[in-house]
Structures are given as C-alpha cells and as structure tokens.
Design a protein around this ligand. Sequence first.
Ligand code: SF4
Length: 220
Amino acid sequence: MITNDNIDEVFAVLKSEIRSLTPPVIERIYAKYKNPFYVLISTVLSARSKDAVTSAVSERLFTLINVPEDLSEFSIKTLEKILYPVGFYRAKARHIKLLAKKLISEYGGKVPDTIDELMKLPGVGRKTANLVITEVFDKYGICVDTHVHRITNRWGYVKTKTPFETEMVLRKKLPCKYWKIINRVLVTYGQNICSPVNPKCEICSLNKYCEYGIGKGDIR
Ligand code: SF4
C-alpha cells in the first residue's frame, strides 16, 4: 500500500517514468502560450474529451480569439461549429460565451486567481478551478480528475467514492510539495500505464507499492 512512509519514493519513480511521455494537453497549452484565458477555455473544453481532440479544437479556436471580447462576439451557432467534435460541444459553446462575458463584466477581462472566484464562472467546477490556479498562478491546489481519483484509490492511499472526497482527503494527507504536480503526473501516468481498464501493472514500476498491483509484477 502507498502511504506517507513511501510517498517520496513513489513520486520519485513517477517523475522519472513520465519524463519520456507526452504531458497532458493543458500543461502543453500553458507552456506554449503562457495565457491564463487560453488555459481556462481549454480546461473547460477538456471535460469528457480526449486530449487530442481538446488540443485540435483549442488550437483552432485560438487562431480566432485572443481575449474574452473576441469570444463573446461569436454566435452560439458559430461556436458550436468551431468546437465540434469536442464532447458536449453545444453546452460548452454556451458556457464559454457566457464565461467570456462574465470575465469582461466582472473581472475586467482577467482570469481570477482563486478557486472561489473561478467557480462562479459558467462551466467551471472544482477540477477546472484547481487546475487553473496550480498551472497558471502557481498557487496551491489539488486538481482531482478521473485519473487522480482512480489511481490514488488503486494505490490504497485514499479510500473514496468521488473526486471531491478524494480532493478533501488529499488536502489533509498529501505533502504540500506534491499538490501542484499530482495532476500532471497522474494524468500522464493514467493515460499511458495505469489506464482505467486493464492497467499495465505487470510493467508498472509501482507494482511493489500499489495495493491493486501488488504481486502483478511477478509475471514480468
Ligand atoms: S500497479 Fe497497476 S494499479 Fe498500481 S499504479 Fe501501477 S498500473 Fe496502476
């Protein structure tokens, strides 16, 4: 089982394992543009969408918009066409247009830097808010998406039923030095090794620690 007695070893292994893997889409978008507005929009678009789709749609949108004012001027129908085939593109078209308008009317066109303020924006939940404050503003947050929730439960590090519960347990238990990186690390690991179905425990370097994977490395 993974506990705070071995969490440093676990993160050391993870950091080394993901070095050669492609980072998650939001991290790539921030590294490329250093633009909080783009990161916020891409994070909203990324919900229930594959990274490749989020990336292609984000890049298409970013050729057309620079600031919230640009986005707010598009019709919903046009936005739907731009966002297709991202998951729930119709709802997301409505959300990002409203979000742009709210950024203009209440935040002077700037992306707010706290979870509470971010969560007042249309289409923004805890996951998005945590990701924006950690990726863009370098503040302490724990973004628990499906990968972080699944993997930390497989490890036995948490025993939780929902991502919200996982975030709350991690906020009490996970050393602060890992808060800002856990999402990046586990999304990359979850997309490549610890997948939702048929995780590759037999080749996973964590199988001697992980509650789910213990013993599964013997077949190597
Ligand atoms: S041993 Fe299996 S379940 Fe555990 S982290 Fe590795 S791939 Fe995931």
